[in-house]
Design a protein around this ligand. Sequence first.
Ligand code: ADP
Length: 650
Amino acid sequence: MPPHEEATEPQSRLEFALTTIRMGAPAKYLLALLVALLALGLRMAVLPVEAGLAFLIFYPSTAVVALLCGLRPSVLYIAVSALTGTYIFLPPAWGFSADKLLPSCAYVLSASTILLVIYFYQRRVARQTQVLTREMVARESTAVALRHTLDQHDKLEHAFRQTFEQAAVGLAHVSLKGHWLRINQKLCDIVAYNRDELLNMTFQDITFPADLDADLAFVMQMLSGEIDHYTMEKRYLRKGGGIVWVNLTVSMVRRVDGSPDYFIAVIEEISRRKNAEEALALSEQKFSMAFSANPAAIALTRVEDGLFVEVNETWVELSGYTREESIGQSGRAMHIWPTPERAAEFTQSLRDRGTVRGWEQSFNKKNGEIYIAQLSAQLLRVGGEDHVLSTLVDITASKHAEQEIRNLNASLERRVMERTEKLERINHDLDDFAYIASHDLKEPLRGLHNYASFLQEDYAEKLDDEGKRYLERMQRLVERLSALIDGLLSYSRLGSTDLPQEPVALDQVLDEVLEDLRVFLKEKNVTLVRESTLPTVVCNAMWVREVFQNLITNAAKYNDKDDKRIEIGTRGGANPVLCVRDNGIGIAPQHEDTIFRIFKRLHEQNKFGGGTGAGLTIVKKIIERHGGRIWLESQLGEGTSFCFTLHGDT
Ligand code: ADP
């Protein structure tokens, strides 16, 4: 209730008491007249008119009127009572005379005296009452104000307690030595200590050691009066391990005499913000490292005016322009582009696609040198503006190396071609020479053979046994030499003749070969197995016939088994592999290549039916002239497979 309302009640009661005495003026006059009439009536009723004591009743009435009606109505009363009393009761009754003047004046005087006594007494009482009333009112007001103040204080105390306890930040009162004096729940939550534990500790106990000195330095400054508050970011050690980042604001409360009393600390947890800041700083650091230490030259250009906004170290090294020279300049103004058209093409390409990837582009350095770079660029929005992020990888060295390799390759190719031509010429010449030589050798050899035959036929009886043996031996050598020369002739002819090719059914070729060898194979007691039908292949039928003939003859010849067996078949698809397999004597691994050399034989002349050692060489040459290849797979004592293709592998 407001104070003025409380004060109204006693005041109105007092006023009521006063108003019962102080009526309105007309009423008072009326009352005075009424009392005068009553006194008159009473006097007449009590005593006969002529009984004397005219004013006996009027004195007490005067006192009553003075008390009730105040000064002026009382004067009226005295006047009325004096006139009526004098007229009626003073002898001679019922009339005026000069004799009545004196007693009448005496009455007026005495009544006036009573009136004045009562009047002054009343004034005094009224004044005292007024003072008392004022005092009472003042006391009442003071009491009300005091009650109000106490009430306000209670409310403030309650509000403060509520605010302190329910604040969203940690709040504490801390002694000058660092003891926690008063703490709220939020602070307990932040540092994970309960209230009792924390109140037995100091802020130094839970401050992260690395942050303590800075905090204490601020405290000293506050105590010395240099500052009146401070704010810092620091770490507290949480109970049970771990740290928590807080934003601490401290101010100081002083006593009335100005000396420091205690600190007020406001502690706001900022771990999340701090972690985010740290993550951001780390990512910025990573980005800036990736930018500045990138082995590729990187430049950021503003689209609006084409000016460089940022360049990295590699850019500076590559272009020859310092960072200061580059930033705020445009590539065109620095003449880094070889032609303005190329720069325009780059801009257009970026506009169309928003990106450029792996352009090989030459650029001018500051010193006029030219470098070649692989240029990639990307449109980006940075700080609300369009930018181009360009990366340049210097490929000058590799381009030069590439060119050098190309030059080398070209010269190598030229030289190989020259050599090949030369070799082909030599081979051709050699083939010609071998052909001519062997052809020419055949003539005297034939003569030699003829003369040896003549000797045997015509002079046989003149020769003793030893002479005959020599002659036979000579004939055999001549025959052998002739066979060798035939081989050489075939071989050289193969090099110099054309090899027309057409689709040939190999099954048919094989049929003809087997027909030719039928007697030979029968004599050798060979079982021949044709595993599969052979394909039709583009080749020279005559020479492929030679190949089959040679391989099948060898397979039958170089076989010491009783049940000789030859298998002929194919492997593979598009470029078929043809194989002639035997269960003969096999070939040792170290001879797998040498047996293809001309005249190379692995046995004594007479063993396995003899031979010249030219067969496999010719076979290899035929196959290679078709573009194919030949190889063997063999197990000594168990057999050999000769496999070949007639075309190159695709
Ligand atoms: P030739 O049969 O006239 O001696 P080739 O050039 O045909 O000459 O063969 C060379 C050598 O390879 C032969 O002397 C023989 O030792 C060996 N040879 C060839 N074919 C076979 C085979 N199928 N099995 C074992 N050895 C072989």
